[in-house]
Ligand binder design. Structure first.
Ligand SMILES: [Zn+2]
Length: 127
């Protein structure tokens, strides 16, 4: 879980079955209050889909597809920790979200978290 010299960051779910490597240091994370995010937490950091190395997925994971069927949230089948979400129909350059809680507390503390009103206005509600 140490920070790498090349600015990649390694994290994992609680039991270690799912391991993720961020390609670069995130500067901003999003805390969302929508019906799903307020339950599974976050904050989320976003990367181009395919640039985050994810080990143990899908063999050690389970998915949840919410009502509008645009993305799947992925969790570890063993410890239940949500690791990321991904688009159901990826398009070139599209982004996906990684749950920052799976990473080093020092990284979490260093990333600016913005509050996003996904429940209502679909806008950031901080300054
Ligand atoms: Zn796990």
């Amino acid at each position: 879980m140490a920070r790498q010299l090349d600015n990649t960051h390694e994290g994992s779910c609680h039991c270690g079955a799912v391991r993720l490597t961020l390609p670069s240091t995130p500067e901003v994370a999003t805390a969302c209050n929508c019906s799903l995010c307020r339950r599974i937490g976050g904050p989320w950091v976003y990367f181009e889909f395919g640039t985050v190395d994810i080990q143990g997925h899908p063999e050690a994971t389970a998915e949840y597809i919410q009502g509008d069927k645009t993305l799947r949230t992925i969790r570890c089948r063993t410890c239940g920790c949500v690791t990321h979400w991904e688009p159901l129909k990826p398009t070139p350059g599209c982004k996906h979200g990684v749950h920052l809680g799976n990473f080093d507390p020092k990284l979490i503390a260093a990333v600016r978290v913005r509050r996003f009103d996904g429940a209502d206005t679909w806008k950031f509600i901080d300054d």
